[in-house]
Design a protein around this ligand. Sequence first.
Ligand code: NAD
Length: 359
Amino acid sequence: MTQTYRITLLPGDGIGPEITAVAKDVLNAVGSQLDLQFEFSEALLGGAAIDATGNPLPHETLEKCKNSDAVLLAAIGGQKWDNLPREQRPETGLLGLRAGMELFANLRPATILPQLIGASTLKREVVEGVDIMVVRELTGGIYFGKPKGVFPTETGEKRGVNTMAYTEAEVDRIARVAFEIARKRGKKICSVDKANVLEVSQLWRDRVIAVSADYSDVELSHLYVDNAAMQLVRAPKQFDTIVTGNLFGDILSDAAAMLTGSIGMLPSASLGAEGPGLYEPVHGSAPDIAGQDKANPLAQVLSAAMMLRYGLNLPEAADRIEKAVTAVLDSGYRTGDIMSEGMTLVGCKKMGEVLLDTL
Ligand code: NAD
């Protein structure tokens, strides 16, 4: 019997609808090859939702997402909505979605494709072969810890406060996600903290070590965050899976991603303890090229592949998509953002067509 997977699509704003259309076609193609049925249902998020309902995250959207097997988001935002009060902005809808789906683990792969080495700002010999997965804790740490705010002191001077806090349970669950992922990859994990200065980081390190007892097949190492930042640009090939807290992960995942040099190629996933995950490209809604058939759909397509691998446990389908992306690049097709001399410039739609042909 053909298994059916319910996928909520959130095309969002800007280039979102264009790249979502490509990802949907690719999923359907791989589905029919492997006898998998994808049942798609679209919902509104961000600016599109504000225009239609006045709310960047309509109740119906959150419910639909929670009741599906996986959620594939494109991107939200644009100038049109930038001056609205904070609670009505597109970004508030996205943060609300992540919180509402209780997504505490953010997975950001940084893989250098041999065809795009020239796009990196680092030397070929430094980045060739880089394949890193940054696992960032997403719902704890200094972005959420209390007290937070700006308070007057006795002298009347203002003082800004944020609190970096983690409970043992919060560290344990992100560590488990990271060890499971490392197991499916190179079986090496590096936990990044600042345990030499921060008590919260010492607890983080102690718990990661405790959890590692259940994963004797995965090699664990530790780095202080300053050294990790340095090592990422000095010798990135030493890393396989990195696990770290919210603040350090925010910064390191961007640095790791930029080793690849091409924002239109980077997927991501956010996972919760149970329930569906959220899969989305790292880039935004690119309003400067929206509606012009110039967007690179590959980050969205690779996000769909992550959805198959990590959300629906369909590694073969994910492999097929990832191989098709590599093959299309091998054939020399490039959208404007990754264009280089001697390659064939194509638009978003055409990139989708050659992907389907390759599949
Ligand atoms: P952006 O990622 O949208 O664009 C940065 C640059 O990269 C632009 O020049 C754009 O044309 C290019 N680019 C991005 N994706 C591309 C793709 N797939 N193909 C080709 N070129 C691509 O970031 P920005 O300009 O800072 O933000 C634009 C809007 O997107 C803002 O409203 C911002 O808030 C929003 N945003 C949303 C998300 C999200 O939905 N997760 C993330 C970042 C930014």
